[in-house]
Each structure stands twice: as C-alpha cells, then as structure tokens.
Design a protein around this ligand. Sequence first.
Ligand code: PEP
Ligand code: MG
Length: 910
Amino acid sequence: MSRVEKYVYSFNGEKTEGNASLMNLLGGKGANLAEMARLGIPVPPGFTITTECCNAFLQSGGSYPKGYEDQLEEALSRLEANMELAFGDPENPLLVSCRSGGRQSMPGMMETVLNVGLTSETIPGLIKKTGNPRFVYDSYRRLIMMYADVVMEKAEGIEAVNGNGIRNQLEKILAAFKETRNLQNDADLTEDDLKTLCGLFTERVATVLGKEFPDSPVAQLEGAIGAVFKSWNGKRARSYRRIEQIPDKWGTGVTVQAMVFGNMGNTSATGVAFTRNPATGENTFFGEWLANAQGEDVVAGLRTPAPINDATKRETNKGVKSLEATMPSAYQELESIRTTLERHYREMLDIEFTIENERLYMLQCRVGKRTGTASLVMAMEMLEEGLIDEITAIKRVKPHQLNELLHPIVDPDEESRAQCLTEGLPAGPGGAFGHLAFTSDDAVKLAKTHPNVILVREETNPEDIEGMRAASGILTARGGMTSHAALVARGWGKCCIVGAGDIAIHPSMKKMQIGDKTFNQGDILTLNGTRGRVYEGKLKMVDATEDSRFQSFMKMADAYRTMGVRANADTREDALVAKNYGAEGIGLFRTEHMFYSAGADDRLFILRKIILSDTEGERKAAVRELEPFVKEEIKETLKAMDGMPVTIRALDPPLHEFVPHSRAKQVELAEALGVDLNEIKRRCETLQESNPMMGHRGVRLGISFPDLTEMQVKAVFEATAELAKNGHHPQPEIMIPVTCDVEELVFVRKIVNRVCEEVARQYGLAAIVHKFGTMIEIPRSALRAHQMAELSEFFSFGTNDLTQLTYGFSRDDAGEFLPTYLEKKILSADPFQTLDPLGVGELIKIAVERGRETRPDLKIGICGEHGGDPASVRFCFKAGLDYVSCSPYRIPIARLAAAHAAIEASETKK
Ligand code: PEP
Ligand code: MG
C-alpha cells in the first residue's frame, strides 16, 4: 500500500505538528503560527493545509489528493475539542478563518475569508452566547462580502463587468446605507442596520452571481479552502509572481484557524505592528491598531488606525489614544511578545494581533519588509546587541538597498499615494524633482533662477552635457540602459530615466505630451530614477544622510570580500568621489569623456577638428594641439589615485557622437579649419555610418590614425614620468578597446613600447612602469583569448558591447523592443542591466580560461555597466575575476555584493 502523505498540520500549543523550518510546505503564515504556538505565545489554534495539497488540487483540476479528507476531518475535530466548540453547532458554534500563505509573502495578492461557519442556524446560538447581536451581524456581513468576492466570484473565474465586482457592489450598498443614515463610520452601524445590510447583501449576491449564499458551514469551509487554493492562479497573483520571479510551482498553504474577534465591542481590537521601525530601523515598537474592528479594516484604510504606543505618535495624530493608554495590560503583553519573538527569530518581524475582550492573540508573524536605511541600522544594532553575528549582519543588507543611502530618494510615503504619469528604464539612481526644460541651453538658463531642473530630451548626445550637468534629473523618451544619457547620468550619480516611450517631445515649442496631458517649460515633474517612474508635480525628497554606521558596516563587509572593486571614472573629481566610496583603483578611464565635462568646449572643438580634418597635415596639427589637454586630465586622475592602478582606455569615440549638429558649431569649425560651411557639412556627412557602434571606433581609429595612438600613450607616459619624478606612485594601465584580433594588439603595442622608451629617455628614467592590456568586448576576442593574452597583461570585459554583439541588440535602440521581450517573458531580465550568464557569461568563462592558459597571472576585470549590478558581480566572482569596476556611486553596492558572493561561496564549501 502506498504511503499517504501528510497534508494537514495542526497547531495547538504543545501539540503542534509543524514549525518555522517547514516554510516551503506550510507557507510562511502556517509555519510561523506553528512556531509561535510552540513558543507558548497565545495563538488561536488551527491547522494548515500544505502547499503540496494545493499543487495536487490545482494539477488535478480541483480534486483533493488521497488521504486529505480524513486528515481535514481529524484536524477539525481536534480544533473543536480544543476550543470546546463545534463547527456548525447551533448552541456553541466554532467559526474559523481561512487564509492563504505562500513561501514568500505576496502582500494583498492572495485571499482570506473570515467568520466561516456563520449560518441561519449558528447565528442565533452565537447571539445567545455572546449577548452581542451587533457583533454577530457585523461578522456575518463581513463573511458575505469576503466569501461572495473570493469564493463565488473570483474562484469561479467570473470577470467583473467594468471592474464592478461583487465586493465593489456590496461596498456601494454599505456606503449608500451609511449615507442615508448619516453615519460616518462602520462602527456607528447598529444591530438592526447590520441585519438589514446582511439581507441586502445576500439578495444582491443571489441576483448578481445567480446562486444563493451557502447556508451550510461545511459548504462554506470547502468553498473557502478551494478558493484560497485557486487564488494562487488568480490574475493578480500570477502577475505579481512574474514581477517578483516567484516560481509557479511553489503553491500556497491554507491556514484554518479558530476565529477570535476584534469586533466584539470597545474592549476588542485588531492591529499590525513591526518589532522595530521599518522605515528608520530605530529600535522602537511601531504599529497601528483599531478598536472594535476586524483585521482587514486596518489594511483597507477605511478608518484611520491609531499608533499602538505614545512614543511613536506624530504631530498629526498626537490627539488619538494609543493601545498602550487604552488597554495597558494587553499592550504590555504584546510588548513582551515582541521581545520574545525578536530574541527567537533574531530578526525584525511584522506581526498581526487581535484583542478579544482584552485578551490578546497573535495571528501572524513574519520577517518584516524594510527600507535600505532601516536594514543597515537594524543589522548594526542587532550585531551590537549580540542578537546576530557579523556574517548575518552583512547578509541582512541587500546590495541594491544601499542605493537609498547614497542618493536623495522620493519619499516612499508620498510616492505610494501619487499617481504615476509614465514609466521608463531606471537609468540613474535616486529621486529628483524640477522645472522642465527641453533643450540643454534652456536647462542651463533655467537652472540659474531655479535650483531644480529636469532636462527632457528625445535622447542625449555630448552637446547636451552642459544641460545634463545643470539639471537635477534627466528624462529621455528613447534609449536603453547603456545609452549616452544613462551612462553619463549614472557616472555622475544623477537621477535619470531613459526610454520613457509614452512621451512626445516638441523641443521647439518647449512642450511635451504624456497621454492627453501637456507639459510646458517650467512645469514641475518628479522622477524616481531608482524605479523609472515619473510623477506630476513635486514629491518630497528624503535626504540620504550618511548613517554613521555606514562606514563601519562597509568596513566589516570588506573584510569578507576577496574580489577588488574599482571605479569607472574619467576626471579627478569623479576619482575622488570614487575613492571616498572605497574604490581600489580605476578600472575604466574613458578618455573621450574628457570632452563631455563642464568647460570642455575647447577640447571638444579640437577633437572635432581631428575628426573632421581631411588631410594628414590638418589632423597631425590638431592632434598635437590636443595632447596637453589629454596629458593634464590623465595626470590629475593618476595623482588623485596615487598608488592605485588607473586603467586608461585609448580613445573609443563612436564618431557620430562627436560630430557637431548645430549650425553655429559647424560655422565655428569651418572658420577654424579655413573651409566653407558646405565643406564641413560634406565631411560630417561622410562620417555618418550605418552602424556607428560597429564602425570606425576603438582600436580601429588608433590603427587608421597611429599618430592619435601615439599622442595618447605619450600623454600617459609623460604624465606618469612627471608624477614619478615628484615622488608620486602612478600606476597606469593602458587599455585598448574594441579589439578582435591579436594583430591589432601587436600593432599598438609596438607604438606603446617605442613611445615608452622615448619618454623614459627624455625624462632620464630607467623605465616607466605600466601595464598593457585589452578590453574583451567582441565575441571573437573572447574566443581568441589565448592569443589576446600573449600581448595583454590584463583583460577587462566591456560587457556593454559584449552584450550588444552577442545578442545582436543595438545598445542604443534596444529600448524599443526590450520591454516587450520582458513583458512576454522572452527574456527574464534586461541583459544590459544584468549580465546574461548563459551567453555573454559563457564567453566570459571561455575568455578567462583561455587567457589564463597563456598567462596564469593575467589580471581580469569587468568595466561594463554590469560591474555595479549585484547579480552580475556575483557572476564575476564565480567566474574568477580579480575585480569589478563600476560608476563611483555604485561602488558600495559592488563592494557589498562582492562580500555576499564570497560569504556565499565559503558557506557552500562548508
Ligand atoms: C563596454 O562596452 O562595456 C564598455 C565599458 O565600453 P563603452 O561602454 O565605453 O563602449
Ligand atoms: Mg565598449
């Protein structure tokens, strides 16, 4: 005979069957109720039906597995005996709640039915027993509403017409009823009112859903359990799972529990609380309660709940009475349960409670959600309190949560109430609000009178730099996560949303359209760059004050980290910011970015002369003119990072980005080059490429124009020699971009070696210490890594281009179709944000292996945008990279992600 599985687990003080470790089987709610019952905490007894039963039920199209029915009956009898009540009994009726509970909480997604067991037979018995008819009818009208909605409508797959489902209709009846009686609150409804309402409710249910409301307790219980299971496959739950990447096969548990009533009068109450403040992390008990109410009232926001204690009252609610003041003994007990639970779980918990006639019951506990700031504060305080150890403290803070600590953010409270206008890709972190400007010049002008400006552009190019600098936030209608706007904004730590495709911009008319709304220059918008959301008007910003614990937390995490973290930085200022955030060097100095910075007009002008020169003579002269600028910038950065490696990448400008578009700039260039405007226009046109990203860029430029290569390496070596002679310790690393064949490196290396010797001689030095290496950003160079390593002392993966070229997705245009790919689940993540482990990652692994075969001490890093993405950092650690490099503001995130990866690896080894 096959063994019958256990599908039903009772919890009832000492006779409890489950515990917290059975989370997968019992769901979070069921497992934690069992754990609390074992701890002797007052929990109304009950039982949990397993997630496996749910899966069996859903897979079979609605039949229960063998053995379930008997186990249910037995658990129910046990519950009846324990409560000394009987389910459906006219004299002594037991009422139960049915709640869902998955492995991971899915707030508001799944269903609950309370007061199951109330029928025409049990109602009089309960009235007699409690002497409180108002309470009984209040409970019944709640049951009708929840049951009709969850069991009779949603679980039956009935689509509400125009969103006007049964719950909505019943709520309207209730509201209209209150209005005719001139009542404000549900609590003001009398026994007769509620009785009348119950009649109106059942009538409406029968008319709309074509079935009578069930008057049998057993039918109600069966219906409720089945409906909770079915709610796992409800529309809302499915889309939530997709967003949160929760597997469909997890299923939900159902917890059936004896009802305790918070709506029995003014000595009863219900509430929710956090054992510490989830917004700030402060070690104060923080929660809300409502007298004479049932659980959903607190969450539904129908009445404004009051703070549970006096210490957490705010200016706006200081007049209301706390639970502490109203029912001191229940509050004291709750406070002591808070301590017991925190000591036991060693975590901040989110709890639900009900007080029935001054007697406290716990209905739920689970690990509480919290802000990034709160995570860090709690981790450090719990460590100090001895509740947790260092590794646990480090793991408690998710790397991306540090974002909040590094940038001002949109106040989450205000944001939750605001209506999102439109969405784009979250390209630059934090929040910003400001007056709209539609051109770079307007942004600069507006910023002179208004400190906060949002620059809105179709997409940006280097000509927008001044405006981007001046703006507090940047919004573009086109472009992906590695578009110009995204790269630049992220590098500066500036709030930025790109690819917000619903926006129609009319720069010449200084206005834009989002849906049917028009916004003019000067109007105010708020951006949440961390979530990619745009709001109308000004939302409050919360200052990201650096918590004093931040530094010690990072120091502690660093002790576990084995992989290096460097910065992508292109100026002295960025280098200093990066150092301050803990960068251990620069992994990518994009030479071309020195033409983007404020006041870079002179240099940009010379670069344009180089790009647009027609003869070798013209070009050589312009190249010579540029050298002092390049040398100065490199020298400043090497100095700022003294003693640390600085990877200076040879010019890699996709030429189209630097071609002047405005007539004024073209006229200026024509004059400087002594040719007419039409000639400049012609040259600009010849530079237009069909695929500039795959065109004349990177090492190809350095091979076509060796004098350009020579000028750059000369600048690097002279800067190094001058610093070394002045007692500094510069560590330059020359990096060649967009290579696909070792012969390219052979060509460039010859120039590098020659210039190095020349400069050393010129400065009277025996040698100029440096490294020479290449980016690996073309699939071919990854495959030919064994040869590339013959000439390279280091590799750095340029995963922006490597992703572009592996997928064949244009970095600049992917914003057009990637959202559809994600929505249709063709891709599970944007590969420009999170490194694709299967394709791009495979190339990385191959390159690491082949490169190190040739040169075992080959230093390997990554400098694509993925270097600051926690999941990608984890991949890099596993692939054996020596360091990751990312924009300065993401350095703490990368440091923490690298520490997590190292801890995880050592834990798996054990
Ligand atoms: C890359 O391609 O990943 C890279 C770092 O270079 P860029 O983004 O400048 O092309
Ligand atoms: Mg690149």
